[in-house]
Design a protein around this ligand. Structure first.
Ligand code: ZN
Length: 321
């Protein structure tokens, strides 16, 4: 699990060759993570005190350590905060996205206590606090003018939209159907309605494919009308990692990120690579285009994409585009 800087290069009729870097936040996401991540209920606790009656304040040793880190780490460098705002188009007028099961799948508002100016939380490592604030980016962003867009802050990963001749090519449709659909609806609302002509799964982790049913209809994939493109070995590894090893990974994640705790400086804060996984419907539509060779080219709806398989990197089945 780490930040995955994935250059992708595309060209097409109206698109000169260009290279961009995008951040695809990654996590190993078990099949039942959608439910597990939020536990079906999001609890936000008063940030000024511990949420548990038996909970303790940080010791003087912890406070000294955090103070030392604040003095020695380069927190004066604010460039990341400026860059995180670059290309911002709009935020939606809602903070919550509901799951089909009736629970709240996503609530960016549950983390807003992080945004109060000038706070230092002695219960949070200063670097995690900084990262958690950067991860509050929420809404639609332009990455390459009139060509590449992202919706951020709707799930653990970002979802990217490439403007093709007649529609959208979607890169990595989040963890949950509900958040992926909300992202598609939002970009269509802001930039005009376009059909999804293709989906690319960059790799076999659930936060990069689980929401696919929110952006395409499986019948259109089966008929070949919509291309779903994935690296060689995708299905084998998506199943072996997320189903066979799913329960063990879910339990590990509970401890690693504290996702079942109330959202508070004393509880769940962030997952560093993104805020959290959405507690919605995780699904999978098998790809109908497999990238088998080391390098392959494919033109979809006027956009030429160059794929490079990179198995065994951040995931066992993975590719750059
Ligand atoms: Zn990943």
């Amino acid at each position: 699990m780490r930040n995955n800087f994935r250059p992708f290069r595309l060209s097409g009729a109206a698109v000169h060759r260009l290279t961009i870097a995008t951040i695809a936040a990654c996590a190993i996401a078990p099949a039942n993570m959608g439910y597990a991540a939020g536990g079906g209920e999001i609890v936000v606790a008063d940030p000024s005190k511990h949420f548990d009656a038996k909970g303790k304040e940080p010791s003087k040793f912890t406070i000294e350590l955090q103070d030392g880190l604040r003095k020695t780490l380069p927190f004066d460098d604010q460039r990341d905060f400026d860059e995180a705002k670059r290309g911002f188009i709009a935020a939606p007028d809602y903070k919550q996205i509901m799951a089909e099961a009736g629970n709240v799948a996503w609530d960016i508002g549950s983390y807003e206590w992080l945004l109060e100016e000038g706070q230092t939380f002695d219960t949070i490592h200063p670097s995690l606090q900084r990262q958690a604030i950067l991860n509050m980016a929420y809404g639609l962003y332009e990455v390459v003018p009139d060509k590449i867009y992202q919706v951020r802050g709707y799930d653990l990963a970002n979802i990217s939209f490439i403007k093709s001749d007649t529609g959208w090519i979607v890169f990595d449709p989040l963890t949950a159907k509900e958040t992926a659909k909300a992202a598609l609806d939002f970009i269509n609302e802001k930039l005009g309605e376009r059909p999804v002509v293709a989906v690319v799964y960059s790799h076999s982790h659930g936060d990069h494919f689980g929401g696919v049913r929110g952006v395409v209809d499986e019948a259109d994939v089966k008929s070949g009308k919509v291309k779903v493109i994935a690296p060689v070995g995708f299905m084998q590894h998506a199943v072996s990692e997320n189903v066979y090893a799913g329960n063990a990974m879910t339990r590990r994640m509970f401890y690693q990120y504290g996702v079942l705790l109330p959202r508070s400086p004393y509880g769940h804060v962030d997952q560093s690579i993104g805020k959290n996984t959405a507690a919605g419907n995780l699904g999978l539509i098998p790809p109908n285009v497999i990238i088998k060779d080391d390098y392959e080219d494919l033109t979809v709806d006027g956009v030429r994409m160059e794929f490079m398989n990179t198995p065994g990197t951040e995931a066992p089945a993975e590719m750059n585009t």
